[in-house]
Design a protein around this ligand. Structure first.
Ligand code: DHB
Ligand code: FE
Length: 282
């Protein structure tokens, strides 16, 4: 049977996509040093655990889905996912490997559980997906893992509630753990933490709220699932709603978990960056 080994979280920011290929030069750069210092523990954990499959909760930013067609929950079912992120002079990278067989198992399971998802046999991915994969599997190490992207809308209101995303994560967790193949599965939640990119509160960051979220994500995720989207906008900024991706990830981790690593850094670009490793007890 498939087994969930744990969860990883990170913020995703286009500027990181441009920094990743220059990491060797930037590890001692005053601006980037503390950011890159957060990743070696997560990379070592990934190296040790060697997951076969990564399920990635993230949000598309208007690349594959735009305002004309905006699925609330979109599940990838492609054999590969090509990076088509915008600008920043990022180099071309090889596509990410899919797992259509698992994707269809997951899609059938979610629809049976009354989640009306959009299945995507073609899906371009942006920094919400590619930056975390490159950070946790550096130097194209992501070639060794299959992936299933799950995009949850945070771009156009109405955005699904934290409670609904937590429940989606729980349903994804059940699907993984009933999959008859012998796979080690890691679940990623990417986005956040607090940030607002435009409007009167552009540049808004709320450290106190972010640290509370990182604490409760481990100890009491249900209390976070009781927040409304308006609570998240108020406390974490208009784009801070991306935290629902972290909650979906946490929903997939039932049973006992331990936080092996947490780090928090302000800012990269306009954003607070949080990284966590949540290991699930065997
Ligand atoms: C930025 C963009 C993002 O998608 C995000 O989640 C955080 C920050 C940015 O450009 O600053
Ligand atoms: Fe984002």
């Amino acid at each position: 049977m498939a087994r969930i080994v744990g969860g990883l979280t990170t913020s995703h920011i286009p500027a990181i996509g441009a920094a990743v290929p220059k990491e060797k030069q930037l590890v001692n750069d005053p601006y980037w040093k503390d950011f890159f210092a957060a990743y070696p523990p997560a990379r070592e954990w990934v190296q040790k655990v060697k997951p076969d499959l990564a399920i990635v909760f993230y949000n598309d930013h208007g690349l594959n889905f735009f305002l004309d067609k905006m699925p609330t929950f979109a599940v990838g079912a492609a054999a590969e996912y090509r990076n088509a992120d915008e600008g920043w002079g990022i180099p071309t990278i090889p596509p990410f490997k899919g797992d259509p067989e698992f994707s269809w198992y997951l899609i059938e399971s979610l629809v049976r559980e009354e989640f009306d998802i959009t299945s995507c046999q073609e899906m371009l991915v942006d920094h919400g997906f590619t930056v975390p994969m490159q950070l946790f599997w550096p130097n194209l190490g992501y070639n060794d893992v299959k992936t299933v992207p799950i995009s949850i809308n945070t771009v156009q209101h109405p955005v699904p509630s934290p409670a609904r995303c937590y429940k989606l994560g729980q349903a994804v967790g059940r699907a993984i753990e009933s999959y008859p193949q012998n796979l080690k599965v890691v679940v990623l939640g990417t986005g956040g933490l607090s940030h607002q990119l435009d409007g009167e509160r552009a540049g808004f960051i709320n450290k106190k709220f972010d640290l509370m979220c990182m604490e409760k994500l481990v100890s009491d995720p249900e209390s976070l699932a009781r927040l409304s989207i308006h609570d998240l906008v108020r406390e974490a900024g208009a784009q801070g709603t991306e935290f629902i991706q972290w909650l979906a990830m946490r929903g997939a981790l039932s049973g006992k978990i331990s936080a092996l690593h947490r780090s928090y850094h302000i800012p990269i670009s306009n954003t607070a960056v949080g990284v966590m490793i949540l290991e699930k007890a065997a």
